[in-house]
Design a protein around this ligand. Structure first.
Ligand code: S3P
Length: 463
């Protein structure tokens, strides 16, 4: 097998396409960006907190930069500090929510659904006229799920296509009315938008969800002095409540490495026949670690060494973020097919594309049920995965919202279309490490939405 840098990195002819050749071995410690979900929240909560917040090792992808740019437009002072190609320190000084103001123009959320939905929750309670827009992908993504509850809370929200798509206007009011809302689809973005609006409401705002989605907003609010109540619901699910009016405190926080970025190396290390990769200090929050457990169910060898700040190293929880961390060591493994339930899909929502690649190398037929939400991400990820993996020779079928993958299949390098979706681009690039011949990926630059420098790291792990 030979290795070759992607043409775009090697200064080749076509910067719109990357080429990945199979790797003889995979070794090393792939550098990871700071967690994207936590980085967005750290910036937004820093804007709500009066005083100076320090955010260390945030993800430096385009989406997080978008959030940083927007809080500055609303009146926070945002300084970039030390950075490497994947992470950056921020210092945010803010007058606090009462001192923020409407921006002098359109708030461009770029490609970022998290920015759009979470900031809408803040703008709902910020008196002023706010206009949000985004790129072509973001203009196709569903917003009724936040617009309806935010209107119920008293914000005036209008959007294209019957109040469902960007561009969107928000006329914020303070105080808002507290609501008790049951989410129609499991979504941490919707939950977070409502909880953030709830900080500006009179009384207790509650969000009920049928499946526990990522709980960073709850943990990070608690770390900033806001009481967040969490109650298990009869028949499953959770109710999460905040009391309006509690101030958010400024804190210093170090962002863990992103488990959704680590997932690409967990799968690469598992499916490659000669691999050992170490991923340091990855966030293993119970609401984010589903990919580790799904891969283990498939037979993956993933060792977890807890990282803690207690003197004996035993706590496993970082005291600043309240987030559990672990070093993960992944080695080549024989995989078997599994059934992935709709609950698994909700808990590994961003990792399903790369899990599909793992399934192509597993013995038997993997079924992923109830994956409809994947159609509402940066692209229709069901269509994109089926097209890309089929092009590489995998056996993939779709029946409604269920994906079925039979394996193991020897993948054959071919052109793949990322649809300018970062998670698809990285999935097909990892496939290229085991496929014979050359795999090409269209618009590889989109990987920097969540993982700047991804292709350089990919070249670095070739032993
Ligand atoms: C995110 C939640 C998820 C995920 C997205 C980040 C967050 O979206 O897909 O990448 O930071 O809250 P949904 O909660 O809408 O499924």
């Amino acid at each position: 097998m030979t290795t070759q840098a992607p043409p775009n990195l090697a200064g080749g002819a076509d910067p719109d396409v990357a080429g990945v050749r199979p790797a003889a071995r995979l070794r090393g410690r792939p550098g990871l960006p700071g967690d994207k979900s936590i980085s967005h929240r750290a910036l937004l909560l820093a804007a709500l907190a009066e005083g100076t917040s320090e955010i260390q090792a945030a993800g430096d992808g385009a989406d997080v930069r978008t959030t940083a740019g927007l809080i500055a437009r609303l009146g926070a002072s945002v300084e970039r500090g030390r950075s490497d190609s994947r992470r950056v320190d921020y210092r945010v000084s803010s007058p606090g929510i009462a001192g923020l103001h409407e921006a002098d123009g359109i708030l461009d959320c770029g490609n970022s659904g998290t920015t759009t939905r979470l900031i809408a929750g803040i703008l709902a309670g910020l008196p002023g006229y706010h206009i949000l827009d985004g790129d072509d992908s973001l203009r196709r993504r569903p917003l009724a799920r936040i617009i309806e509850p935010l209107r119920e809370m008293g914000a005036e929200v209008h959007a294209r296509r019957g109040n469902s798509l960007l561009p969107m206007t928000v006329v914020g009011h303070s105080p808002l009315q507290a609501i008790d809302h049951r989410t129609a689809v499991p979504s941490a973005q919707v939950k977070s938008a409502i909880l953030l609006a709830g900080l500006r409401a009179e009384g207790r705002t509650t969000v009920r969800e049928s499946v526990a989605t990522r709980d960073h907003t709850e943990r990070m609010l608690r770390a900033r002095g806001v009481a967040v109540l969490r109650t298990a619901l009869e028949g499953g699910g959770l109710a999460i409540s905040v009391e309006g009016g509690t101030p958010v405190q400024a804190v210093l926080e170090t962002v863990p490495a992103d488990p959704s970025a680590a997932a690409f190396w967990l799968v690469a290390g598992t499916i490659h026949p000669d691999a050992e990769l170490t991923l340091p200090a990855v966030g293993i929050n119970p609401t984010r670690r589903a990919i580790i457990d799904l891969l283990r169910r498939m037979g993956a060898s993933i060792e977890e060494r807890t990282v803690g700040d207690a003197p004996d190293g035993s706590s496993g929880v970082d005291s600043e973020t309240g987030e559990p961390l672990a070093d993960l060591i992944v080695r080549s493994s024989e995989l078997r097919a599994i059934d992935v339930s709709p609950t698994d899909v909700a808990q590994a929502i961003d990792e399903i594309p790369i899990l599909c690649l793992a399934a192509t190398q597993a013995h038997g037929t993997t079924t992923i049920r109830g994956a409809s939400e994947l159609r509402s991400k940066e692209s229709d990820r069901i269509a994109g995965i089926v097209a890309g993996l089929t092009a590489l020779g995998a056996q993939v079928t779709v029946d409604g919202d269920d994906i079925t993958i039979s394996g193991p299949t020897r993948l054959i390098g071919a052109p793949t279309d990322s649809r300018s979706d970062h998670r698809l681009a990285m999935t097909f690039a990892v496939a290229g490490l085991i496929a014979s011949g050359a795999t090409t990926i269209s618009d590889p630059g989109c990987a920097s939405i969540s993982y700047p420098g991804f292709f350089a790291v990919l070249e670095g792990v070739r032993a």
